[in-house]
Every structure is written in structure tokens, then in C-alpha cells.
Write a protein that binds this ligand. Structure first.
Ligand code: PAF
Length: 282
């Protein structure tokens, strides 16, 4: 495995030349899109990329269009040198680090909106977010031209939205989800966990615990509505401000009343100023 810093590209033409060379040589190219502030969850994506492909490109771009006006764009953690070192250790071949003006030059005016899947869960709480994600990911896929792109299941709604956009737009790439990486106490890894105070960090694993309780109780026959009411009360008693807690069809993301097919329990809640999301399969 390569231990060196990956080759960094900020110029689209040179990135495309390298990817074209790899593909001409018959090498399978995998893209891992990120916003930097890398953690074990991202490194698991790179590891999966190395398992299924020959070349792994990680993009690092804090995408302004997916943040709302009152969200954390300006304070989102940025540490390119640390990210490049981590990518090198994980064995990524290249880092695509476009500038904001490269992604959104003056006059940029196209937006990708995925209907349906974006109407519930995070959608109403983050207006414009999924449009920003779908647009930037479509651009990243067109820029890099990978065979496969990997996304963490922690952002399950994002994963489904991207799968839908790629199918609808006939983009020639396979989108693959990778299971969430968790801390030993169950907290899903997230770049935003570093915002948590020590007290909040101690409470945060409750989120995953409540999700797994809901999986267990709905599997043993408790009605979804009752399990959710109990879970929400437990989270609020622990100090979370819950935005949503829902059991949804894993494909359509429509809420379900009983579990009789592939489903997912999903949650978004604030702990102090930090918004945490998580989900598990039922
Ligand atoms: O999940 C993320 O880090 C971002 O939403 C993504 C997919 C890199 C698009 O900016």
C-alpha cells in the first residue's frame, strides 16, 4: 500500500489526463467524494475503493451550495495538510481539490433537483441542501469520470438522492453505499462530532442506542408509532432537540406504519449547537 501523499490536482485538465491514462491502461477508478475533515469513516471508503478498484481519487471540496445561511459553512473544519496525509496512509492515489471558482465560475446557473426523496427527513429542515449536494456530486462525477463512487450510509438520504439522480440522468457510474463507521460507544463518525463539548460527546451515543432500541421493539411487534414516541421522549429527556425520528421504506424513504420490507430508522437531532444525524437498517 502506498504511504505517500497522494498526487494533488486543482486543475481539471490535468486530473482528466491522469484518469484517462489509468482507464486506457484498464485500471478501475473509484471516486470518494468528501468535504475534508477526514475521519475513520472516510478512510473506510478509501479502503473499500482500494478493494474494488485499482485507483482511488478522493475529492476534497467544502461545497458552499449545500449549506443554508444559518449553517456551519464558515466554521466547517478545514485542514488540507492533515487530510492529504490521512489519504496517503489510506492508500488514495489522487486528491481532487478544486477551488470554489473552478466549481462555480461566474455565471454558473444549473441546479439538479431530485423530487420525492428530498421532501421528507432532512429536506424540510435544510432547504436547498440536497439540490446543492446533487449538483456538486453530478459535477464531481463528470469531472473525475470514475467507474464507481462511494458514499457513507450515515448520510442515507443523501445516498438515495444521489442514486436517483445518477439513474435519472443516465450517468455512467455505479453508486455504492458503505456501512457507517462508529466509535466504540456507537456514535457514528462525523466531521461535526468535533463540535461537541465533552458533556455533549458523552451524551451523543444515546442517538444510536435509541435507534437500535427501535429496531428491536418494532421487530418484536411494537407498532412503529409507539416505538418512535418512546424513542423521541428518551432523546428529549437526555437533552436532544429532535428534528425527526422516523421509520422509512429503505428505497422510497416514505414513512412506514409497520415494518414488512427493507426499512431504515433515521434521526436528526441537535445536541447544543451541533446537528447530528444517524440511521440503522431495521
Ligand atoms: O457527504 C459529504 O461529505 C458531501 O455531502 C459530499 C457528498 C462530498 C458532497 O459535497
Amino acid at each position: 500500500m502506498s504511504e505517500s501523499i497522494p498526487q494533488r490536482f486543482s486543475d481539471l485538465a490535468s486530473l482528466r489526463r491522469s484518469v484517462a491514462d489509468w482507464r486506457r491502461a484498464g485500471e478501475r477508478v473509484v471516486l470518494v467524494p468528501t468535504m475534508g475533515a477526514l475521519h475513520e469513516g472516510h478512510l473506510a471508503l478509501v479502503a473499500e475503493g482500494r478493494r474494488i478498484g485499482r485507483r482511488v481519487v478522493a475529492s476534497i471540496f467544502v461545497n458552499p451550495t449545500q449549506f443554508g445561511p444559518n449553517e456551519d459553512f464558515s466554521r466547517y473544519p478545514r485542514d488540507l495538510a492533515a487530510d492529504l496525509a490521512l489519504l496517503g496512509r489510506a492508500g488514495a492515489d489522487a486528491a481532487w481539490t478544486p477551488a470554489v471558482e473552478t466549481m462555480y465560475p461566474p455565471g454558473f446557473s444549473t441546479r439538479i433537483d431530485v423530487a420525492g426523496l428530498t421532501e421528507g427527513l432532512c429536506g424540510p429542515f435544510r432547504p436547498g441542501h440536497f439540490s446543492g449536494v446533487a449538483t456538486v456530486v453530478t459535477k464531481l462525477l463528470n469531472q473525475v469520470g470514475p467507474d464507481t463512487a462511494l458514499f457513507g450510509e450515515k448520510d442515507f438520504q443523501q445516498l438515495r438522492v444521489i442514486q436517483q439522480a445518477v439513474a435519472d440522468l443516465d450517468l455512467p457510474v455505479e453508486i455504492q453505499g458503505v456501512p457507517t463507521v462508529r466509535e466504540a460507544d456507537g456514535l457514528a463518525m462525523s466531521s461535526r462530532n468535533r463540535y461537541l463539548s465533552p458533556e455533549e460527546r458523552a451524551l451523543a451515543p444515546r442517538l444510536h442506542a435509541v435507534l437500535t432500541e427501535i429496531v428491536a421493539t418494532t421487530r418484536s411487534g411494537t407498532l412503529v408509532a409507539a416505538a418512535i414516541a418512546e424513542g423521541r421522549a428518551a432523546l428529549e429527556a437526555a437533552g436532544f432537540q429532535v428534528q425527526y425520528l422516523a421509520v422509512c421504506d429503505a428505497r422510497t424513504l416514505a414513512p412506514v406504519e409497520r415494518v414488512d420490507g427493507p426499512a431504515r430508522v433515521l434521526v436528526a437531532a441537535f445536541l447544543g449547537r451541533t446537528r447530528l444525524i444517524d440511521n440503522v437498517a431495521v
